[in-house]
Design a protein around this ligand. Sequence first.
Ligand code: BDR
Ligand code: CA
Length: 317
Amino acid sequence: AKKLILDVDCGVDDAQAIMMALAVPDVQILGITCVQGNTSVDNICKNTLRVLKVCQRMEISVFRGASEPLLGGSLSSEGFHGKDGLGDAPDPMAPGLELVQKEGAVAAMTRIVSEHPGEVSLVATGPLTNLALAARIDPTFPQKLKGLYIMGGNTESRGNTTVCAEFNFASDPEAAYIVLNSYKCPTYIATWEFTCRNKLPWGFCDGWLSQDSEKARFMKKIFKHSMDVSYNERYQKEMVDGMGFMSCDSYAVAAAIDESFMTESDHIAVTVELTGTHTRGMMVLDTLDVLQNKHKVHIMKKVDLEMFKRMLMNALK
Ligand code: BDR
Ligand code: CA
């Protein structure tokens, strides 16, 4: 089985990504670590537990991680994902925080990976704070990973949060910098522009949500708030390449689940801008190899969208 740790800031697309991973029989999720991002870390832990409950997978451990970025205040994306991060469609029977593990997220991820050196892939779909802390606490951690899959950053300085920065990198630029400069394991990045260019038709989304299952009914409920925002024409025009349904975080999970998902990528060294007035948090591509960074990452360019659709369909079956 493929061993994964998911590091999430469980908003709606993180929920979709988690459900995608849960639905694959030969994927073993060794733990889900939570980080503040779309909303507070407590909400993130609760949202993750809610997703696990709907999928009847409460045996998977949930760990609480960073409640603040390394520097500066938290951003949030409550306008998009809802105040609770899952579309403000609360469930009175939702599991409580007492079910979160006592062990912290950073301790858990470094421990789990040292128990299975070279076997675990890490999928990060929120700000990279926990990953940066893990590398600082255990510098051998990154090299023990089989692979790292990130949703975040950008390739053409188009932001979705600031002028030039994507939300996960804008939320904790220093953490993104530390990760991109100290993780030398095979690294795959689903950037903002990539996800915008690989939208699915809204018609697919309608069929996806109308499957007759508890999971589909749950998704329809938590997705309504952000769908109302994304169906909004003005919002969609501001995005790259026209209208459509996006599940940003799911691309990172799909790549981790199946090597054949990514069909084309750029192999290039990247870093993160930390000081610009408009560019702080922007991912920088070192096309000319000026920085002489030996570690090159894979920036996803083309993926198998039919496979993506199948994986999404299975997630809600
Ligand atoms: C990313 O930001 C978050 O709101 C989403 O969950 C995704 O991880 C997209 O920029
Ligand atoms: Ca996310």
